[in-house]
Write a protein that binds this ligand. Structure first.
Ligand code: TNX
Length: 527
């Protein structure tokens, strides 16, 4: 039928246009307000320029770079001036909208109301306009615009298609300020190019934090001045005995720059005091017995630790965190703290409290896995909760003392869990996580006795004991990452499994066109 409609339209010289193939509400994460206007579909002619306020120029260039390959349109980027018909406009601030632009909610459209990350997108018969208070908001509007075009827009080579957008207005802003994913580059090492591609995947779904798990028993992946053997010795090897590797300061800066250009903040993690075998191989002076252990290529946890009773350990921690702070423009330093089974009681809390003070001295804010909860509160500190029961009195008590929470339930948000018993890679210690399980929970009320206001956001961690390549990363991310992204972005009122799986289904062809590997999960009605 679509084929026929297109043929008819062509015969009529474009006078009888078929409706847009995508509906305005078919966006993931679900927008806050969607007001379709089917009479206002807009089809790119190829003659459009992208007009933008100078401060939004980078976003306009990104939009052009997204659209040019598949459409073959030149899409020059020009400064904002009241343009001719058929324009794509990116507008910063709360400039008044065109009278009668479209439907409802004009009151919510000013830049100020949209907050730091919100946007308004209007598709009218005359063109497309995105309004936001910040470049980040424009960037998220562009991610939405991209989803309103046919899936072939994701092709990197020219496609003959009608590039029609559905008419109407979207007014949108995130539920949480922290929306993240974690990549474990320690159990298996991944080159910079893979990390950059993961950042692209995050940005597509409006996630704004990439947590890098940089160190573990199997490898130390970041160069540290004054401690060269961490990278050159500790960086060698990985689970299963592969070569491993590490990032130089320049590699790490490339990651940070690529992320920043997509409004993603990098959160570096150095896992302490446990998960440190690779550091001990490189510097046995940090080991409790001062003896270098053999390199570790297995998948057990909880056996290694740096000596919490040695001052040398704190020199090491201070140097490592100072380097990460210097390389990291974002506000967070993650100190791990999980599964340090051999550092107990006061030795553990005393260690964590000293490390929290070291982080504070760098000017950054400390994040740790929820095991650090029993340590004293530190200004602004954030706990990352990864339990599986939703009930954790020790974490709840730390929140009452002032901590905020990133919610990463092992049985909903862990991307390394298998989808089903026959999933070829992944774990099942926290259960099987199909798409519905990844989607059907509420970060705002998940952890008992933690108030909704204490929740900073959500994160989906990918541990990589069983993951060795970019296609395997993508297979575990898609389609569950968009599910967690929607929990982080969309208002709770939009939560609806039936609606979500239908919207998500439309993304399969987008991933195929973009060359992204994904799991054809049976609980999603793929076209
Ligand atoms: C637990 S969750 C870990 C990791 C493992 C993961 C495997 C957490 C903070 N620690 O060390 O990689 O399980 O799923």
């Amino acid at each position: 039928a679509a084929e026929l409609a297109r043929a008819a339209a062509e015969l009529a010289g474009g006078l009888i246009a078929p409706p847009a193939p995508v509906r305005l509400g078919d966006v993931v994460p679900a927008p806050e307000h969607v007001t379709p206007d089917p009479a206002a579909d807009f089809t790119l002619t190829g003659d459009e320029a992208i007009r933008v306020d100078p401060a939004g120029r980078d976003v306009a260039e990104q939009l052009a770079a997204l659209l040019r390959p598949a459409t073959g349109h030149p899409l020059p980027v020009a400064d904002t001036t009241p343009g001719p018909d058929g324009l794509l406009a990116l507008t910063l601030s709360g400039a008044p909208l065109d009278a009668g632009a479209t439907g409802a909610d004009l009151g919510a459209a000013s830049g100020a109301d949209l907050g730091a990350e919100g946007y308004r997108l209007d598709v009218t018969a005359n063109g497309v306009r995105i309004v936001a208070a910040t470049p980040a908001g424009l960037f998220y509007g562009v991610q939405t615009l991209r989803q309103l075009l046919p899936p072939a827009v994701e092709s990197r080579t020219p496609v003959a298609a009608r590039w029609t957008l559905p008419g109407g207005s979207i007014v949108d802003r995130p539920r949480y300020p922290y929306r993240g994913a974690m990549l474990d580059v320690a159990r298996h090492f991944f080159p910079v190019s893979d990390v950059l591609r993961v950042i692209d995947h995050l940005a597509r779904y409006k996630l704004n934090h990439l947590h890098l798990h940089l160190t573990d028993d199997q490898g130390w992946r970041i160069a540290v001045p004054g401690w060269p053997r961490l990278a050159t010795v500790g960086g060698v090897g990985e689970v299963g005995g592969g070569p491993g590797g590490h990032y130089t300061a320049d590699d790490y800066r490339r990651i940070v720059r690529h992320a920043a250009a997509r409004h993603v903040t990098v959160v570096p993690e150095v896992d302490l005091p446990g998960h440190t075998n690779a550091a001990l191989v490189a510097y046995p002076e940090l080991a409790p017995d001062r003896v270098a252990p053999p390199p570790y290529t297995g998948t057990e946890v909880g056996f290694s630790y740096v000596d919490p009773a040695s001052e040398r350990t704190y020199d090491f921690v201070a140097d490592v965190l100072a380097e990460l702070a210097a390389l990291t423009p974002g506000p967070w330093l993650h100190i791990g703290g999980d599964e340090a089974f051999k550092v107990k009681g006061a030795a553990y809390t005393g260690f964590v409290e000293r490390v929290q003070a070291i982080v504070a001295a760098t000017g950054k804010t400390v994040v740790g896995w929820h095991q650090i909860a029993p340590a004293a509160h530190a200004d602004g500190r954030v706990l990352q909760w990864w339990g599986t029961t939703g009930d954790d009195p020790v974490t709840a008590e730390a929140v009452r003392r002032g901590a905020r929470l990133i919610v990463s339930p092992g049985n909903h948000a862990y991307l390394d869990m298998k989808y089903a018993p026959d999933t070829p890679i992944g774990h099942d210690w926290a259960g099987l996580i199909d798409v519905r399980k990844a989607y059907d929970w509420d970060p705002g009320s998940h952890v008992a006795d933690v108030s909704a206001e204490a929740v900073l956001g959500v994160e989906a961690p990918l541990w990589t004991e069983s993951v060795t390549s970019l296609p395997e990363i993508e297979f575990l991310l898609f389609p569950r990452l968009p599910a967690v992204a929607e929990l982080g972005w969309s208002p709770r009122s939009t939560h609806d499994w039936a609606g979500f799986r239908a919207r998500l289904a439309g993304h399969g062809p987008r991933w195929t066109a973009a060359g992204i590997t994904f799991h054809r999960a049976p609980d999603v009605p793929w076209p």
